[in-house]
Design a protein around this ligand. Sequence first.
Ligand code: ATP
Ligand code: MG
Length: 335
Amino acid sequence: MSAGGGAGAAAAAVAPAQASATLLQVRDLGVTFPPQRGRPAVRAVDAVSFDIGRGETLGLVGESGSGKTTTGRAVLQLQSASAGSVRLMGRELMGMRPSELRTMRRHMQFVLQNPYSSLNPRMTVAQILAEPLQVHRTVPARAVAERVAELMTLVGMDPAVVRRHPHEFSGGQRQRIVIARALAVNPAFVVCDEPVSALDVRTQARIVDLLQSLQERLGLSYLFIAHDLAIVRHVAHRVAVMFGGRIVEMGSAEEVYGRPSHPYTRALMDAVPVPDPARQREKLAQAPVDVDFHAARSPSGPCVFGEDHAQTGTPEWHPLSPTHGISCRFHPPQA
Ligand SMILES: Nc1ncnc2c1ncn2[C@@H]1O[C@H](COP(=O)(O)OP(=O)(O)OP(=O)(O)O)[C@@H](O)[C@H]1O
Ligand SMILES: [Mg+2]
């Protein structure tokens, strides 16, 4: 299905928990990868709708292959979408002219999982941080060095080390540099895709703290993608649960964690943590997600309405509260 108005209504029903202005509005976003070498078409993102308020974090959780990264990339217009609308600060990004999109890019940035591969090993930290400033010309050339030093301080690093190369730093320090690079141009919105999953547990906590304090200081909005449900619970104001390219449940963190209402959310929360995500990916890769993913792998068991989700059908959005809802085929009687 393409939930059309249904999913749009979903996001409208699930308003940002904070009384903040909407920064990002995503409606009925769809991404389909065409068939390739015998592999069927993949509907990686299907009728996804959500809002993110200023200063708010929306957590996006779901198993490997559920479409989280593709959603983040499509929102940032790094991946072309086949359907939907993405409005940032009131401006429609879908179909925007490349020159306008380049201008909008300084308002939206990406922090990726792997601090080892996302920094050019041949560049110094000073060069890495100066690059976005030069591309977007946000500061005059004579002020670049000063801004680079300011960015280092912002992420808790000593500005004296900017002549070093990425390999001279620890994983956590490199992720700080990645964050500084993302913040160089003063974005309003940052997609953090598994920003700490390559780090050890103690470093994870420090980077998560850094992201939160930066949010408070700079009023940033985050789409925070992660496998780790405990981290998402800690950082997110609201949480969206993704399954087979769709959002199956969304609500405030308290609601989704306190009253998981879709069988998939419940399964996800009951699941034993996977010690080795690479192995999980390997296993899931053997069962490629295709257009029938949702039908073939519908989570079984009852949702909050007692409806067994093992059957196939077209789900609709059902609000459970002004800020919480699930995608379900069942139509409960209107109260
Ligand atoms: N460039 C691409 N070409 C074809 N299919 C793709 C491409 N990128 C992603 N996919 C497919 O789209 C689906 C969603 O992938 P995506 O990477 O968005 O999932 P994810 O939720 O981020 O997973 P993970 O938790 O492992 O990072 C998967 O079936 C994946 O194989
Ligand atoms: Mg991903």
